[in-house]
Design a protein around this ligand. Structure first.
Ligand code: ASC
Length: 154
């Protein structure tokens, strides 16, 4: 009896822990993870673009508005990364498979972005347009560095 129960028990335990590991993902479906990260990146792009319009002189400089946009950019820049879960290089996504094979490089890229957006939010609060322009440029470089390596062109 012992000899039958033991392997059965270990099978149950293995199945249980696999279930627990899967339950760690907050996303119901892989498509939801893709939609989530695209949504955060889209909102970030919209608000970054509004600052860009000011930087390019296409929209009047309103200090409070720029600060608000920069705070949203900072917050959004924290969100997409946990949604790059395994298996989500397939489907409606421009994510390149090397996100998962060069994970450390991808992490350093998004951490750089998060640092630059935090600086942008800080500088925007100060209200110095020249400083905002400079930090807008640095933040854009961080966007581009990641896109160049990890986003499909199409
Ligand atoms: C944007 C936007 C991006 C970045 C990138 C910067 O406004 O939507 O993805 O800037 O183009 O190089």
């Amino acid at each position: 009896m012992q000899s039958i129960l033991k392997p059965l028990l270990s099978m149950v335990l293995i199945a249980g822990s696999a279930g627990a590991a899967q339950a760690q993902s907050p996303f119901g479906k892989p498509e939801d993870a893709i939609k989530y990260r695209q949504s955060a990146l889209f909102v970030m792009g919209q608000h970054f673009g509004r600052i860009g319009a000011v930087v390019k002189g296409k929209r009047p400089f309103d200090k409070a508005e720029v600060a608000k946009n920069a705070a949203i950019v900072e917050e959004m820049s924290k969100l997409p990364w946990d949604a790059f879960i395994a298996g989500t290089d397939k489907g409606k996504t421009q994510a390149k498979p090397n996100i998962w094979t060069e994970a450390a490089k991808f992490k350093s890229r998004h951490e750089k972005l998060e640092q630059e957006t935090a600086k942008l939010a800080q500088v925007a609060k100060g209200g110095d347009l020249d400083a905002i322009k400079a930090q807008f440029g640095e933040t854009g470089k961080a966007c581009k560095a990641c896109h160049d390596d990890f986003r499909k062109k199409d």
